[in-house]
Design a binder for this molecule. Structure first.
Ligand code: F6R
Length: 245
């Protein structure tokens, strides 16, 4: 695991976007695993900026997203489908038919999870998976628990996640209570993983996930076992860790 210290959110976003750009340049028909939330917004902004400058071409890229709220239609401005279009897909030359997310409106969790695993498998596998880290150490919506969930599954969101995400909704009651999420094994099968983390409020999660024991109680800790992980974290997020000089 390589940990890159960024000065602040802006610096983290530029560094992460550089890593994704390198992936797209090296393999124009690559498969990117994508995340939503506040952490990658600045990264997507940079990618859009560099696409507009003519430095990037998404024409042959395929994307698979980590997760989607269950029960939110695509048009809902809090759906992850909406987020991805609003922050990236609508502003670059990506083929919408090669952008995939779980279908939050499929009411049959078993069928939807199996379908999404097949979608991921049919892409040939994720070359670079972008991740954020939850305050409770979650990745995707793999919440802390007694074991690591393997494949795509339907998750009951924990109160702490509902609390953290209520900022995007009118109230905590409006936050969906379930989501479809790639599992830990799905995530770990990506060839490379890039984690972006920013802010002092994530410092404890960073310490537990990347410097503590590997345990399903901190789902992100499993990333310590992956052979090719880069964490780009800002100084505030790293404030509870001692990095080797
Ligand atoms: C988003 C996702 C989540 C977030 C995490 C951090 O697709 O899967 O794991 O990455 O909750 O969220 P932010 O970046 O909003 O702090």
């Amino acid at each position: 695991m390589k940990i890159i210290k960024a000065k602040d959110y802006e610096d983290m976003s530029r560094k992460a976007a550089n890593i994704i750009s390198a992936q797209v340049i090296m393999k124009p028909d690559c498969v990117l695993g994508l995340a939503t939330g506040s952490s990658p917004v600045g990264t997507y902004e940079k990618l859009v900026e560099w696409y507009r400058k003519g430095d990037l071409d998404f024409g042959d890229v395929t994307t698979v997203n980590l997760d989607e709220y269950r029960g939110l239609p695509r048009e809902n401005d809090q759906s992850y489908y909406y987020f991805m279009h609003n922050h990236l897909f609508d502003y670059v030359n990506i083929n919408p038919e090669r952008t995939f997310l779980p279908d939050g409106m499929n009411d049959d969790p078993e069928k939807e999870c199996a379908r999404y695993e097949e979608v991921i498998c049919a892409t040939g596998g994720v070359d670079l998976q972008l991740l954020g880290l939850g305050h409770n150490g979650h990745i995707g919506f793999n919440e802390p628990g007694e074991f690591f969930e393997k494949g795509t599954h339907c998750v009951d969101l924990q109160p702490s996640t509902i609390e953290a995400n209520k900022r995007f909704f009118a109230s905590a009651d409006d936050v969906p209570k379930q989501a479809y999420s790639m599992g830990i094994q799905t995530i770990m099968m990506a060839k490379k993983i890039l984690v972006v983390v920013s802010g002092a409020d994530k410092a404890e999660a960073v310490k537990n996930a990347f410097f503590g024991p590997v345990t399903p109680k901190v789902p992100g800790s499993i990333l310590q076992m992956h052979p090719n992980v880069v964490v780009v974290a800002d100084e505030a997020a790293l404030s509870k860790c001692t990095l080797p000089e």
